[in-house]
Design a protein around this ligand. Structure first.
Ligand SMILES: Cc1ncc(COP(=O)(O)O)c(C=O)c1O
Length: 407
């Protein structure tokens, strides 16, 4: 029997992990500067509080057994209520998930039939694309601009008769491009979704990590909906408390929450109970989370600024980028003529022992319909959250040393 025959169509066709590799070799004694990370800073996470919370949960007879047992597929009631209160929605609209990926997966399973078309931003987060492919969707892309996609263009496509099952968007501090959408944009997008009958999966893992201004929200009448609402808001504690907790949430209309919970019964049953109880215990402490978020915002703001000024010093105006306004990433347009899929460019980066995420990792496939489609090989994504300012400056210097003069 052919080895291919042993596996499902999906297992044979889904393809390699979407982040394209760069040479990871260490050069001599120069330590690697790894600018690929999309994780919180190791030195900001409050391990002592985590340890106390886990101890309290396991030491309390009222929660000890439940925290290692099966729990409600909707999430434990305490955490559901806390998330509902924090995000300003009724508790029936909240489903606790195993991080954002699980929320996207359950939403995709709830919405997509094989052959449906999913519209995605270009560039976008590639792991979500594989979730949609796995559900049998066809992908179509629409170019992302500074304030989100061009809604006139979307409306034009809809008027021409194109139909989408859902639009996947990362509304605030987009991964990789860092873009932010306004209240007007969010509200017009949902009006289009209502009129033309597509869902909006708004995956927003970085929304709490703003530097100066909290991002605008989606209109309340789509968030408090008793009737069906096209909006699926995906959130997570991965970027604020750490991805290892695997705890996130989806806010959607109660009927959607109900259906997602039924689907999860054949996927993972429920979200990790100990993690939910521990996070709920942490959130009970007045202002604990607010104070942590403030410290994180200040730390990441400083790191982003250090990176921006080092890039300006190293490259002058040879590179193009928007200054991050929150989140974890800076999306760097490389000097004219330099492409990250060029082996000479990869060699030069390897010689400097600096690692970045290739821009072409974030390109949705070319569906042959989008004249603005780009492959983003002229970009790289720099993650600034995980490294101290000194390493970010060193990384920017090495990038400049590798790339200036190469074109
Ligand atoms: C846009 C986006 N969605 C989802 C995720 C995954 O989040 P989680 O770890 O909560 O599953 C990430 C993490 O990098 C992300 O950038």
């Amino acid at each position: 029997m052919s080895v291919y025959a042993a596996y499902s169509h999906i297992a044979n066709n889904l393809g390699a992990p979407p982040f394209l590799p760069l040479n990871r070799d260490r050069v001599g004694d120069v330590p690697l500067v790894n600018l690929t990370g999309g994780v919180p800073a190791a030195d900001i996470l409050p391990y002592e509080s985590y340890s106390q919370a886990v101890g309290r949960v396991l030491g309390n007879p009222a929660t000890a057994f439940s925290s290692v047992s099966y729990v409600s597929p909707f999430g434990i009631q305490e955490l559901r209520e806390q998330v509902a209160h924090w995000r300003g929605v009724p508790v029936e609209n909240v489903l606790v998930t195993n991080g954002a990926m699980n929320g996207i997966f359950l939403a995709a399973q709830t919405l997509i039939d094989p052959g449906d078309t999913v519209l995605v931003e270009s560039p976008t987060f590639p792991f979500a694309l594989n979730i949609f492919r796995r559900a049998g969707a066809r992908l179509e892309s629409i170019a992302l601009h500074a304030g989100g996609i061009d809604l006139d263009e979307l409306e034009q496509r809809l008027r021409e008769g194109r139909r989408y099952k859902l639009f996947y968007t990362i509304p605030d501090f987009q991964n990789p491009a860092g873009t932010l959408t306004s209240a007007e944009h969010k509200s017009r997008l949902l009006a289009l979704a209502d009129r033309y009958g597509f869902a909006v999966i708004a995956d927003n893992p970085y929304r709490e990590l703003w530097f100066d201004h909290e991002p605008d929200g989606f209109p309340d009448d789509y968030r408090h909906a008793e009737r069906y609402s096209p909006l699926y808001e995906i959130g997570t504690f991965s970027k604020t408390l750490g991805p290892g907790w695997r705890v996130g949430w989806t806010i959607a209309s109660s009927d959607v929450v109900q259906r997602m919970s039924v689907i999860r019964a054949c996927v993972d049953g429920n979200s990790t109970a100990l993690g939910q109880y521990a996070i709920s215990c942490l959130l009970q402490e007045p202002y604990w989370f607010d104070r942590l978020l403030e410290a994180e915002r200040a730390l990441y703001r400083g790191r982003a600024q250090a990176l921006v000024s080092a890039l300006r010093t190293g490259f002058g105006d040879a590179v193009a980028f928007d200054e991050p306004r929150g989140g974890f990433f800076l999306w760097l347009g490389l000097p004219q003529g330099i492409r990250i899929d060029d082996p000479h460019v990869q060699d030069a980066l390897a010689r400097q022992n600096v690692l970045v995420t290739r821009g072409d990792s974030f390109a949705p496939e070319q569906p042959g319909r989008d004249p603005a489609h780009r492959d983003y090989a002229d970009h790289v994504r720099i993650g600034f959250s995980a490294l101290p300012e000194r390493d970010l400056r060193e990384g920017a210097d090495r990038l400049a040393a590798a790339l200036i003069g190469l074109a």
